[in-house]
Design a protein around this ligand. Structure first.
Ligand SMILES: [Zn+2]
Length: 462
């Protein structure tokens, strides 16, 4: 794993301006564990097992079927990421080396080294902003199946970007049949507080994905042994000859190419993906923009096939579409991004906007506010109406420039989250109209006035 970012050429074309483009992230391989480290771990596991068995805390039934795993990576429930990972390396089934590679699907999404190491696990890297994710506890390693913690390693430096002799932080879980799963490279001091000998259930938190040990960037190394202590590749595929063709260890085996929308975010400026070894990226995340500011929308993908259609929309506070662009993905990468810059002229309504990206049938949406610094103590005027802020005495004041005729209009008031909170039919006569509303004090709302001929939107404040 490493952070090695290549900015593809910035595109100029029909829908690109100077600050639109794409790029990708290519994690570099890391040896994950030296042979000596692996041997030491095996010895410690073996000792721990004996102790735990003698204490009656560990039993195994080798006659049981092997567990069926769930995915060992999940996200912090509070994050705005849709997905937090992609795969850089599978297990190498070709015992020859170097550069003699074969993964379970007969591809080469794996690696080996000149001194004879064939990758023995699955490397699941965090994307985008792996260091930022690590610092914010965004991506978690979780138990792939029920089991007993049989070993924990903590206290090791977790911001490595190259091969070294550091030990990793890791949790090791033994399952009911005696098989064991390893979760390595975890963030220092992030490990589950459960002690060795404790039960963990499938999906239970084990630690934050970091870059401890022989690692070139934040990723989880997931390694599995069966109850005879033989290495297992959980995937069933025609080039995994260790398993029968139907014997996947996954409850739901993910496809070899697994396209994902990892995120759509808004930024104040270009994201800086590489600030040097172990240094947090400059995300330039921004969700609340002042009038006059540009908005940069980034979409982050994993495994997106060439030619896959990507649709980006900007949606105004009143749910009309301000921007709608479909384009094709041009290259395959394990991790990639596209970005577009929108100038302030695009934002002709103030309030809660949405940026949404759709690939196939999946849509991921990101909320942001435009016009955060708008002077709220103000009269908002359009061709047809003026609305006075703030609302006084629960009465909305609307001036209609309606040439004498009252017009039947529909008033809808939305919260800044876009939820309809009040709706009524009114006659707006020419001049001043006072309309009773029941809104919370000191809150901002969006008022939409619609009639046969017009539809206008105002930000209002109670
Ligand atoms: Zn690895």
């Amino acid at each position: 794993m490493k952070k090695n970012y290549f900015l593809l050429s910035l595109f100029c074309g029909l829908f690109f301006n100077a600050q639109d483009g794409q790029g990708f992230y290519q994690p570099k391989n890391s040896i994950c564990l030296s042979q000596e480290q692996r041997q030491n771990i095996q010895e410690e596991i073996s000792n721990n097992r004996k102790i735990l068995k003698s204490q009656g805390k560990l039993s195994e039934n080798k006659k049981l079927d092997h567990p069926l795993f769930i995915w060992p990576v999940t996200k912090n429930p509070n994050t705005k990421y849709n997905h937090v990972w992609s795969i850089s390396n599978h297990v190498d089934h070709n015992s020859a080396y170097p550069n003699k590679l074969q993964d379970w699907n007969c591809g080469t999404r794996t690696y080996d080294t000149t001194d004879g190491y064939n990758h023995m696990g699955i490397d699941i890297f965090t994307w985008p902003f792996g260091w930022h994710m690590m610092d914010n506890d965004v991506a978690h390693a979780v138990a792939a199946a029920d089991g007993i913690i049989i070993m924990k390693s903590n206290g090791n430096y977790d911001r490595n970007c190259s091969f070294g002799s550091d030990n990793w932080n890791a949790v090791y879980v033994q399952h009911g049949d005696g098989s064991v799963s390893w979760y390595g490279h975890l963030k220092n001091n992030s490990l589950t507080s459960k002690i060795v000998g404790s039960f963990v259930s499938a999906g239970e938190y084990l630690g934050v994905i970091g870059s401890s040990g022989n690692s070139t960037g934040p990723h989880l190394h997931f390694e599995v042994y069966n109850n005879n202590n033989q290495l297992v590749d959980p995937y069933s595929g025609s080039c995994n000859t260790w398993n029968s063709s139907t014997d996947s260890w996954w409850e739901n085996q993910k496809p070899y190419v697994d396209p994902k929308i990892n995120a759509i975010f808004t930024h104040s400026d270009l994201a800086v993906f590489d600030n040097g070894c172990g240094v947090q990226e400059t995300t330039n995340f921004k969700d609340s923009f002042n009038t006059g500011e540009k908005v940069m929308v980034y979409m982050y993908f994993a495994d997106l096939p060439v030619g896959k259609q990507i649709n980006l929309k900007l949606i105004r506070p009143d749910n009309t579409v301000a921007y709608n662009n479909t384009f094709n993905n041009s290259n395959f990468y394990f991790a990639s991004y596209w970005y577009f810059t929108f100038q302030s002229s695009q934002f002709n309504q103030y309030g809660n906007w949405k940026a949404s990206v759709t690939v196939d049938s999946e849509t991921v949406t990101h909320d942001f506010v435009y016009g955060a610094n708008m002077n709220i103590d103000d009269i908002k005027t359009t061709k047809r109406f003026s609305v006075i802020n703030p609302i006084k005495n629960n009465q909305l004041q609307i001036f209609s420039k309606n040439n004498g005729n009252a017009s039947k209009s529909k008033l809808e008031i939305f919260s800044m989250e876009g939820k309809l909170v009040e709706s009524k039919q009114v006659e707006l006569k020419s001049g001043a109209n006072l309309i009773d509303v029941k809104l919370q004090k000191l809150q901002n709302y969006i008022l939409k006035i619609s009639n046969d001929t017009t539809q206008e939107t105002f930000k209002i404040v109670n």
